[in-house]
Write a protein that binds this ligand. Structure first.
Ligand SMILES: Cc1cc2nc3c(=O)[nH]c(=O)nc-3n(C[C@H](O)[C@H](O)[C@H](O)COP(=O)(O)OP(=O)(O)OC[C@H]3O[C@@H](n4cnc5c(N)ncnc54)[C@H](O)[C@@H]3O)c2cc1C
Length: 254
């Protein structure tokens, strides 16, 4: 999230100076730089030594306002941030940042399902909502709506869509199924895409394109912002399903 030329040692030094600000914003409890915590954010699937991709700290904001304040502080101190939604991007580095002197911005505390609309078939989610969370909530409500997780349900809807991941139903292209994002920009400002850009819009999760240029793709596999809300279209249960999982009852047991 920082435009400065990359210098790992300099960024590590900057990070030390930024820590008191991060602690003041999110609270001591939600900023960690002890070895054990950092180690749990390593790239366990990497062939490199664990130390190579260890973050300098982990910051866990609990609200959009805290994300904005953390991003502003990171700008002041010139410290790069690596946002994760559920941090389960295994086989692609997991939750680990790619560069020394980077802080992980862990969004798992922001895990509310803000809306499930059974008439228009969508959900509005915070980044920390996992596929399993959403699946369980849809089953609890006894809806006919489905999530479309990546092969394993361990990851999150927002992180997977932002990485342009895929599931295996007709709604499996998770980025294609996203409709409307809220984003904290690198200067800390908040922006909504699509119809969300219009005041009092009631169709944010129904019409992706809004007015003017369509820019949502800019925030996928990129470092142009931290996504703090996302709409996702959900598939209606089809009349018939032919799958070994449903036959065995396994699909309902998770
Ligand atoms: C055995 C196995 C099978 C797998 N099968 C599949 C599969 O079928 N389909 C598939 O798609 N993947 C698959 N994966 C990869 C991976 O597990 C999933 O894609 C998983 O959903 C990604 O983790 P996540 O959702 O927690 O994303 P995260 O780790 O949270 O994030 C993914 C990426 O998006 C960025 N990002 C996350 N949140 C934000 C945010 N709020 N703002 C800005 N940037 C953000 C992160 O920096 C990161 O680069 C598989 C992995 C394994 C090991």
């Amino acid at each position: 999230m920082v435009a400065a030329k990359y210098n790992g040692e300099q960024f590590e030094a900057n990070f030390a100076k930024a820590m008191p600000d991060f602690r003041a914003i999110v609270g001591d409890k939600w900023v960690a730089n002890d070895k054990e915590t950092l180690f749990s954010y390593r790239a366990a699937d990497s062939a490199m030594d664990d130390e190579v991709f260890l973050p300098s700290a982990v910051i866990s904001p609990g609200s959009v306002e805290e994300v904005q304040a953390v991003v502003r502080a990171a700008n002041i101190h010139k410290t790069p941030l690596w946002p994760i939604s559920t941090g389960k991007n295994y086989c692609y580095g997991g939750p680990a940042p790619r560069a020394k002197g980077t802080g992980v911005l862990d969004l798992r505390r922001m895990n509310k399902i803000l809306e499930i609309n059974e008439r228009q078939n969508y959900a509005l989610l915070e980044p920390g909502v996992s596929f399993l969370d959403l699946h369980r909530e849809l089953r609890r409500r006894d809806t006919k709506l489905w999530v479309c997780p990546a092969a394993p349900g361990w990851g999150g809807v927002v992180g997977n869509a932002l990485d342009r991941g895929v599931g295996w139903t007709p709604y499996g292209d998770n980025y294609a199924a996203q409709c409307g994002m809220e984003i904290v920009l690198p200067n800390g400002e908040l922006m909504r895409t699509g119809m969300g850009a219009l005041p009092n819009s009631k169709t944010w999760q129904m019409f992706k394109y809004g007015f003017g240029p369509y820019i949502d793709g800019m925030f996928t596999q990129s470092n142009f912002g931290v996504v703090t809300k996302m709409g996702i279209w959900l598939m209606q249960e089809p009349p018939v399903v032919n799958s070994p999982l449903t036959k065995s009852g396994l699909a309902d047991s998770v």
